[in-house]
Design a protein around this ligand. Sequence first.
Ligand code: R5P
Length: 294
Amino acid sequence: MADKDAVQESKDYYVDIPMKSEPFALRGSNSLEWGMKNRLSNIFNPKTNRTVMLAVDHGYFLGPTSGLERIDISIVPLLEYADTLMCTRGILRSTIPPTFNKGVVLRASGGPSILKELSNEEIAVDMEDAIRLNVAAVAVQVFIGGEYETKSIHNMTRLVDAGNRFGVPVLGVTAVGKDMARDAKYMRLATRICAELGASYVKTYYVNEGFDTVTAACPVPIVIAGGKKMSELDALTMASNAVGQGAAGVDMGRNIFQSDAPEAMIQAVRSVVHADMTPERAHDLYQTLKNEKK
Ligand code: R5P
């Protein structure tokens, strides 16, 4: 208890200085509640309003895919370079050290394996458990144009309602079916639907033509998935183009953990996302860090 004796007289009221009340700068998020903003600040670096999310949730339908066979060995050493980790609750509880104190985005939908119709997902995590795990957001797959489109959207809106009760943001993840065009028109449709129906931010894929119209038409932040493994320079170029055209960062998995040098790659990605380093310079950085590690 505070000591009652020898209390200093309070005097620093700064009566001539208006109280600071800064707007919350993350796109489309200024009207959110404090807890929601606080969680989003654990995903998006408040200095850049961008994020490097390390995505390792692939096992929820793929099992132990290449690079994720042993998350304790391949992924835990990368955590210090990520702003945020995207994973399932099984991996979080079993393998991620609880001392990891950055944002966790929890995969909250699932059901079908790679052997079945992927759009037939259900909500796979109760919001109470997400809060127990102290996550920064939950992520749900949305299959616009997919066989179970409405069901997947309903999964998202139910999570949005639950998240709004407790201040937990929802990441809408746009899943593009094999037979769908991966173009700006589709991405505009899918990302806008997620935002309209309450997602706090949206993950989509980069497209070479018209990506700036995708980010312009989406009133909340967009992050891009990395997609299939490509050369390090191509992946860095894609990340650079995406942030240059309005993306708020990346949610990248395979192009980091399937790289020859994942620690070097994630640092190169960071330099593109947070420091606007050119892809060529970031690739030089990748090579330097890779050689240092040898
Ligand atoms: C899909 O399996 C997950 O949502 C991944 O988190 C997402 O696809 C990002 O990972 P990648 O960069 O490997 O595409």
